[in-house]
Design a protein around this ligand. Structure first.
Ligand code: ZN
Length: 313
């Protein structure tokens, strides 16, 4: 068995109908979802300004779904830099903005700035739900080392930032010859006081009608790769793209989910439950040698790395 985590990003103020549709969809499969919700969507689109949505989310939690904080305003850049391949989905203007405003972004990525900003979203969250969320997922797979420090300082227990497979994303950007490839640590790992639970992929993002079968098949091949590697199947999807093109994203999941659930290998669960089971050593974590390099893993040609070598000698 491997954990099957059905996760969903981007619900925010004004999206009651989208959320209700997703919950109805999951009911068909008796599946509990983990929803990452944006607390402050720019302007006055604060979660607390949509009490109907907040009530629906509270009801969802009471029914066994989970809801955790997704970024703050969902500007991709607010938590650090995304995988550079994601910039192809964000467009040329975002690339230019990033290049032109480096000093502004570098200021935003200092620990005090990240703590203030993510803490602003957390305060909005507590206003809405009465309690903070245990998990934090930044937008667009963005992060930096300081983000982990800020998130830990604020009291979150786990994050979900890194991307294991870019295949679905690359297909969504029109690059259909991009191979199926699992990259980096496929299992969760400890990042300081936090546990990072990487995201597998999204196979239901901007799917053209004639490609529904192909994306569903990609989802299945990713499932087989995860079973073979004994790593969690941590699928993400988005309300606006499930409904895209008269529901091509939903159509992909309608083909994929029954197949995964009927495989006899899927242990469906929510993210915080998985986190608790990781804490109880019920599932493997990434081996140290498979972990992403940290800020201290400098290449040997760097002056600081050379200094360490001299000190050790
Ligand atoms: Zn998002």
């Amino acid at each position: 068995m491997i954990p099957f985590l059905w996760t969903n990003d981007d619900i925010s103020c004004g999206q009651y109908d989208d959320m209700a549709r997703q919950l109805d969809f999951l009911t068909k499969y008796d599946l509990k979802g983990t929803f990452f919700v944006v607390p402050i969507r720019g302007g006055d689109r604060h979660l607390t300004n949509d009490p109907k949505l907040v009530e629906l989310l509270k009801q969802a939690m009471a029914d066994g779904h989970e809801v955790h904080q997704h970024s703050v305003t969902h500007k991709c850049i607010e938590n650090g830099t995304a995988d550079l391949r994601m910039f192809d989905l964000m467009g040329e203007a975002v690339k230019i903005d990033y290049s032109q405003n480096r000093f502004v972004y570098e200021r935003m990525w200092q620990v005090d700035a990240l703590e203030a900003h993510i803490g602003w979203g957390r305060a909005e969250w507590i206003d809405a739900f009465g309690v903070p969320s245990a998990g934090y997922r930044p937008g667009c797979g963005s992060f930096c080392a300081n983000m982990y420090t800020a998130v830990a300082n604020l009291g979150f227990k786990w994050t979900s930032s890194r991307l294991v497979s870019m295949t679905g994303w690359r297909w969504s950007a029109g690059q259909y010859d991009y191979p199926l490839r699992l990259e980096g640590p496929k299992c969760p790992y400890r990042e300081g006081a936090l546990v990072e639970i990487p995201i597998l992929d999204d196979v239901a993002f901007k799917v053209p009608r004639e490609k529904v079968e192909d994306f569903a098949d990609l989802g299945w091949r990713l499932w087989e790769a995860c079973v073979e590697a004994k790593v969690p199947y941590n699928l993400v999807c988005h309300p606006q793209y499930l409904a895209f093109n008269k529901g091509t994203g939903y159509a992909v999941h309608e083909k994929l989910l029954p197949r995964v659930l009927a495989s006899g290998r899927a242990q469906a669960m929510t993210m915080h439950v998985y986190y608790q089971q990781l804490q109880a050593n019920m599932w493997p974590m990434a081996r140290d040698e498979d972990r992403y390099p940290g800020p201290n893993d400098l290449p040997e040609w760097h002056a600081l790395a050379r200094r360490n070598m001299v000190t050790e000698a």
